[in-house]
Design a protein around this ligand. Structure first.
Ligand SMILES: Nc1ncnc2c1ncn2[C@@H]1O[C@H](COP(=O)(O)OP(=O)(O)OP(=O)(O)O)[C@@H](O)[C@H]1O
Length: 674
């Protein structure tokens, strides 16, 4: 890289700062215009509905144009032929509508992420800016036309990756890497599955992909919606600021549990029942139980409309039911189809007899008369998801016939409730029952489909959870993000193909990410010792980070654990950045109490606004999170706490951005000691 003379550098920097100041002014004028439109929207819109719609659009626009003074408006510049383009978080135009900053998602901006010496895409110079709290402080040029390319040795990239973490997750628009960019900008039609070791940027890629797709397919995706699914509330709040920072304020973020929460959870299950309810075989059992409700019509329908009597024989009724069944419609839709065809037959008889077409009112009345209703209730009875699930879990004979050849007698016994509720509505459903209810609802009626769904930590999806997501992405595409080595659920996937099939996207490509941006090499090396014991075939991560520290504190006496943890926490607080104590769930309260007694009030994960620098995190909810300094307390206890404890430990050990301390009194789990 050639360094320009000092004076030129200073001139350049001064010019860039002027451009930044001018862009900030321009953005503030754009926002001012949007605000004044917003405040007058009630006067210009014709009616209250239009005013509301317009008002919503404009207030969204105002929110999108918010300027965060602590983040730079642009982070890069491209010289392409004779023109220069600044690349930033959103478009900024001057009063004449000329671009001052290009949105990072614009087609031209792609070159910022992808241009290389081998494929310069017309770019002669790429400039990256260094910022401190929104102030432009430096830049770094790559003259691609002179064969200069920094790749991952860029000083600005390194600084960004090594920057201490505080608060919630931040966007990575300034430093998206070429292999990440390919995923971010994949076509809306493409469903992709990203297998990546811890800290390779899967979450970051998923969120940026959502923002990118919303930019390119704004209208379409605003109508159908974009959904982000994450493992728990703490994780969702950790990532919640990323999309708004990119100007996207309308993306729904949810856990799978919340997605299917049609009734409150009041009951619980045995482990065996839980496993079964997450098992894909239950989908078929439910399907059979539902359709077994159909009964062949044996009686004719006789209807009188006041003037005439009509009759439909059992035979044509049987035909109607059989035909509708063959059409493979959702159950409730099929029922309405049958009703409409019966009314159609009555209508034809009426036309034949009277020579006139009956009116709308007559048709509506016929659809509801008692004989038609009775016929439907007998041969295609109405049912709610609650009623179907309760029937299946309380009626041994129904379960036996629906599960024949699918579930063993023991499995059926594990599912049956000891006592039937008074009514389906009063049933005490468990968390796993919600999946059955959702499956049942999907058999009855089609779910509205999102345009795109991003699923994070997807290795933990059970088949039935995957099906719940499939129903919500039937007409859209998905981005599946995960790491088979981090699978901790009892049903965690051993290979992606099964999950993709349950998601209804068997043809999605599985793309690996292997460059680690979080965990320092020394810590990765420790965690990787667990990999052979995890029973999955995944590529190891290669850490970009050479810095970082690993300390192992072995104690003779378990009574010293808390005090030793406090010593590590106190030492960690000497450094900048966040500190987490991660321990087996059962040890969390004890450790928190000990820190508290020493005057250190720790935050809980998910409390992103907390002032506290130390967070005590139960091992079971630390997935997806990261902290500068992590103190892992008693790994053996974390492993012993659950069947897939080694996988959990792998997750726990890979949360550290800079430093990891392991404090233990029990022997370290075997794979770590080799
Ligand atoms: N291109 C990049 N530039 C700068 N930072 C990056 C880049 N890619 C990822 N990071 C950072 O690396 C860290 C890890 O990223 P992320 O959480 O997305 O990884 P992950 O693969 O989802 O990890 P896990 O498997 O543990 O959930 C984050 O702090 C993220 O901001």
């Amino acid at each position: 890289m050639t360094l320009p003379a000092h004076a030129d550098l200073d001139d350049d920097l001064a010019a860039e700062r002027r451009h930044l100041a001018a862009s900030r002014d321009a953005l503030s004028r754009m926002r001012g215009r949007a605000e004044s439109l917003f405040s007058s929207s009630a006067d210009v819109a014709g009616d209250s509905f239009a005013a509301e719609t317009l008002g919503r659009a404009l207030s969204r626009r105002v929110a999108e144009l918010a300027d965060d003074p602590t983040t730079p408006l642009f982070f890069g510049k491209l010289d392409v032929q004779d023109a220069a383009y600044h690349i930033g978080r959103r478009h900024v135009t001057d009063d004449a509508g000329e671009p001052m900053v290009l949105d990072w998602r614009a087609p031209l901006s792609q070159s910022f992420y992808r241009a290389s010496v081998r494929d310069p895409r017309g770019v002669s110079t790429r400039r990256r800016f260094g910022f401190v709290k929104g102030e432009l402080t430096s830049f770094e040029d790559e003259h691609l036309d002179r064969g200069e390319e920094l790749g991952t040795s860029s000083r600005i990239l390194t600084a960004e990756i090594e920057r201490p973490r505080v608060g919630p997750m931040r966007d990575i628009v300034a430093t998206i890497q070429p292999e990440q960019d390919e995923l971010v900008r994949a076509d809306l039609e493409d469903s992709i599955c990203v297998q990546g070791a811890p800290g390779t940027g899967k979450t970051a890629v998923g969120l940026h992909r959502a923002a990118y797709l919303l930019y390119v397919h704004r209208e379409r995706l605003r109508r159908s919606g974009v959904l982000i699914v994450g493992p728990n509330a703490a994780f969702l709040s950790y990532i919640s600021a990323v999309l708004p920072a990119l100007g996207e304020v309308e993306v729904q973020q949810s856990t799978v549990d919340d997605l299917v929460a049609r009734v409150p959870v009041k009951g619980s299950d045995s482990d065996a029942a839980t496993l079964l309810k997450h098992d894909v075989r239950l989908a078929e059992v439910l399907r059979r139980a539902l359709w077994s409700r159909l009964a062949k019509p044996t009686e004719p329908i006789m209807v009188s409309d006041g003037s005439y009597r009509w009759r439909i024989d059992a035979e044509p009724l049987r035909r109607i039911v059989d035909e509708a069944r063959r059409e493979d419609l959702p159950y409730a839709v099929g029922r309405e189809r049958v009703r409409a065809r019966v009314v159609g037959l009555l209508q034809r008889q009426s036309e034949y007899r009277t020579g006139n077409s009956p009116g709308e009112g007559w048709l509506r009345r016929m659809a509801k008369v008692a004989p038609v209703r009775d016929f439907l209730d007998a041969s295609w009875p109405a049912v709610t998801p609650e009623a179907l699930v309760v029937a299946l879990l309380t009626d041994a004979a129904l379960l036996a016939s629906a599960a024949e050849g699918i579930l063993t007698a023991d499995e059926q016994a594990a599912l049956l409730w000891p006592k039937a509720p008074k009514t389906p509505k009063s049933a005490r459903f468990s968390a796993a029952d919600l999946l059955l209810l959702d499956e049942a609802a999907g058999l009855l009626e089609r779910e509205a489909s999102f345009g795109h769904v991003v699923v994070d930590e997807a290795q933990d999806l059970s088949p039935m959870q995957a099906r719940a997501i499939a129903r919500r992405s039937e007409h859209g595409s998905i981005t599946l993000l995960g790491d088979l080595a981090q699978g901790t659920a009892p049903w965690a996937a051993a290979q992606w193909q099964d999950t993709l099939t349950h998601l209804g996207k068997p043809d999605a490509t599985v793309v690996p990410l292997t460059v680690g941006f979080r965990v320092p090499a020394a810590v990765v090396a420790l965690a990787n010792r667990l990999l052979p014991a995890l029973g999955v075939d995944v590529p190891e991560a290669v850490s970009l980070r050479r810095d970082g520290d690993l300390t192992v504190v072995g104690l003779a006496d378990p009574a010293e654990l808390d005090a030793a943890t406090l010593v590590e926490v106190t030492a960690a607080l000497e450094h900048e950045g966040s500190v987490a104590v991660i321990a087996a769930d059962a040890a969390v309260d004890r450790l928190r109490g000990h820190l508290d007694a020493a005057g250190l009030t720790a935050a809980t994960p998910g409390d992103v606004d907390s002032e506290a620098r130390v967070t005590v995190v139960p091992a079971t909810i630390v997935k997806g999170l990261e902290y500068d300094h992590v103190i892992v307390v008693e790994p053996a206890e974390i492993v012993a706490a659950e069947p897939r404890g080694l996988h959990r430990l792998y997750v726990v050990l890979t949360r550290a951005v800079s430093r990891l301390s392991v404090v233990h009194s029990a022997p370290l789990p075997e794979p770590l000691t080799v």
